[in-house]
Design a protein around this ligand. Sequence first.
Ligand SMILES: Cc1cc2nc3c(=O)[nH]c(=O)nc-3n(C[C@H](O)[C@H](O)[C@H](O)COP(=O)(O)O)c2cc1C
Length: 223
Amino acid sequence: MAKKLLYVVCNPKQDSNASRSQQIAEAYIDAFKEVQPDLIVDKINLFHAGEDLVPEIDEDLIFARAGLSFRGLKFEDLSPEQQRKYKNHVACCDHFIDHDFYVFASPIWNLGSPHYMKKYIDNLFANGKTFIAKPDERRGLLTGHVQHIQTRGGTYSTGPLVEFESGDRYLKIAMEFMGLTYQPVIYAEGLDHNPRQAPEIVAAAKEQARKAAIELATSTKGE
Ligand SMILES: Cc1cc2nc3c(=O)[nH]c(=O)nc-3n(C[C@H](O)[C@H](O)[C@H](O)COP(=O)(O)O)c2cc1C
């Protein structure tokens, strides 16, 4: 059966020519497809996905989740609006699970990922489905590989900001919590602080992305 890759873009820019993280991610996906040409690629841009695909965990959803999980409510007990939102919430998680590889492309914004990333991840944490957490046991239930491509205006790999990078760090924690194998982040940094070097920095990151994709695609081919 053909393998599936989910390409998750977390960026308001819809034109990838205007977005360096998306250009690097596309280089990664193109290289992956050279090795696994049957790969199916699904794409979601979290800024543009809308409430039906990535619902906000609002009061209705909190009530529905808690009611069904802990308070003995049945689906029919929920209001039509709560039912609709709950179905979308479950579908968002099921869509995520239905993939073998994940590529996230995001810029760093104010030390973390843009907030739509957290909104998305809040839909993926499902006890008993994506992880098990009990007082004496914690286990991720998903299998698959995650590659995060992150662009940074400043520099976080060395210098005074090293401790402050929270976008990749949180994504790694969340993905590993759910059992996924997290590949080392591919970043292009210093893009805004060194604009003249930016094209070179992006080109180097694309090359790194190509290599990483070919390596993972080769090692998982035929699995
Ligand atoms: C709202 C906002 C906040 C940002 N915050 C940071 C930051 O905290 N650290 C940093 O290095 N760059 C920051 N940047 C710069 C972006 O990370 C950088 O321009 C990145 O290359 C954008 O990626 P893109 O070309 O894929 O959109 C910020 C940019 C925006 C728009």
